[in-house]
Design a protein around this ligand. Structure first.
Ligand SMILES: [Zn+2]
Length: 140
């Protein structure tokens, strides 16, 4: 009889683990996917350089390889502090933005700069997750 109860408990435990695993899977496939899609559609505000007055908008999904760097795209200005940069195809950028396709047929893979004060907390945290912790505080 004890043996039987033990077996039932073991089976119940296995079943419970299976159910939890399935729930996790369903969660990842539904809410996780919806979350990624929402994030992919959310807007990131970018500049050609930190002191560029024009600001462009790109979708999260169109922004590639965020990294901390001291050299801007375009004019390759050296910044005193590392800034968060990323790459985007110029035809994906909307808004008044410091890039003209004058130097050759596009679209061009351009380097853009993201500023903390231009973007939402959610986007900023997500960028830091990919590029590494804030390096602006590291200088000196
Ligand atoms: Zn271009």
């Amino acid at each position: 009889m004890t043996k039987f109860i033990g077996m039932v408990l073991k089976l119940t435990w296995r079943l419970l683990r299976l159910v939890l695993w399935l729930l996790g899977l369903v969660f990842r496939l539904t809410i996780g996917l919806a979350w990624r899609q929402t994030l992919g559609r959310s807007t990131v505000y970018v500049r050609r350089d930190w002191n560029d007055r024009g600001m462009g908008r790109v979708r999260w999904a169109d922004l590639h390889d965020p990294l901390w760097d001291t050299v801007s795209g375009g004019a390759q200005v050296e910044n005193p502090l590392p800034l968060l940069h990323g790459y985007v195809w110029c035809d994906k950028v909307r808004g008044k933005f410091g890039h003209s396709c004058a130097h050759g047929p596009g679209p061009h893979n351009i380097k853009v700069c993201m500023l903390r004060e231009d973007n939402s907390n959610r986007i900023w945290r997500r960028l830091l997750d990919l590029a590494g912790p804030d390096r602006r505080l590291e200088s000196n």
